[in-house]
Design a protein around this ligand. Structure first.
Ligand code: AKB
Length: 311
């Protein structure tokens, strides 16, 4: 990658990824874009609705990008509340992104998710290749996305790459409308009120990852040798498998009177119950040397330090 266009740059991943990429690739070589009129980051920014193919192509050509990191999408909980919009945006936006990548011969990344699995997938040590019959609209768009990215690679030679992200925890931008959002909110709430309302049962185990590890994974995958990437769309990656209770206990090591209050939301509980507890990540380790540095307690310490600093 030399010049990179990031869509959905104001979102949870985008607002951290843009700065991270600019440190390595140069400020002017990372073009942030989002549907919003204003940017969350400093540097080059373009207003871009990914549903508008002509505009997408215009922006990509204007900056002569050679890589597209397509992040604009609706998350799982929001998608379940508005399934038609989720299908249109998650699939229509991805299709435009792949078409632009094909047209300008750019490398392409767009994330899949643990949501690409469903209740008939093995829940523990979920294999890289297994049954994928998700029961959410979000999951349907993620499986379709994986297949589309494979299609553009096999049919048109577009260098597509992807990972199945678990719940991501970060301290710069809150996620909006995901099932794993509680895992971010509890850190903010711990510092503000010493209590947090969790809409999942205390023993709901899900894969999670701290944002710095997620950003490294994107870059490591994009910089890997194409010939090594057998499972390019999309690799299982994760760094911990955690329940809300375990988040609570980890925060209590630093803020002893923190309390998680459980008020179960049946919709988000049903989504979480259909997702893996713990994926098998060994193909990512083998094929692009996926590494992570943060376990639960190290992440908790850093989250609390960063939030205290107001980062
Ligand atoms: C969500 O909860 O929708 C996302 C995801 C796991 O893909 N964080």
């Amino acid at each position: 990658m030399n010049r990179i266009l990031v869509t959905g740059a104001n979102g949870q991943i985008g607002s951290e990824l843009v700065g991270f990429l600019r440190e390595s690739y140069g400020t002017d070589n990372v073009i942030a874009s989002d549907i919003s009129e204003t940017s969350k980051t400093r540097g080059i920014y373009e207003v871009l609705d990914v549903m508008n193919y002509d505009r997408f192509l215009e922006v990509a050509k204007k900056y002569e990008v050679d890589a597209i990191i397509h992040l604009a999408a609706l998350l799982s909980y929001k998608a379940e509340q508005n399934p038609v919009l989720a299908f249109d945006l998650n699939i229509g936006g991805l299709l435009n992104s792949l078409e632009v990548a094909k047209e300008i011969k750019a490398q392409h990344f767009s994330p899949s998710s643990i949501g690409a699995f469903g209740p008939s997938s093995p829940m523990i040590d979920t294999p890289q290749v297994t049954v994928q019959r998700p029961t959410t609209m979000y999951g349907i768009t993620k499986v379709t996305g994986e297949l589309l990215m494979d299609y553009y690679f096999n049919k048109f030679g577009v260098d597509t790459r992807s990972v199945r992200f678990p719940g991501l925890i970060s301290h710069k931008t809150l996620p909006g409308g995901g099932t794993t959002d509680y895992a971010v909110a509890c850190y903010y709430d711990a510092l503000k009120d010493k209590k947090s309302i969790c809409y999942l049962k205390e023993d709901t185990k899900l894969d999670m990852m701290y944002m710095p590890d997620a950003l490294n994974a994107i870059v490591d995958l994009m910089e890997a040798d194409s010939k090594d990437l057998i499972h390019r769309n999309a690799y299982n990656i994760s760094s911990m498998s955690v329940t809300p209770k375990e988040f609570e206990e980890s925060i209590q090591k630093i803020i002893p009177d923190f309390e998680m209050i459980y008020e179960i939301d049946p919709l988000r509980q049903a989504i979480a119950d259909s997702w893996p507890e713990k994926m098998d990540i060994h193909w990512a380790q083998e094929e692009f040397n996926f590494l992570y540095f943060y376990d639960l307690d190290a992440m908790t310490q850093d989250m609390i330090d960063q939030l205290k600093k107001g980062a």
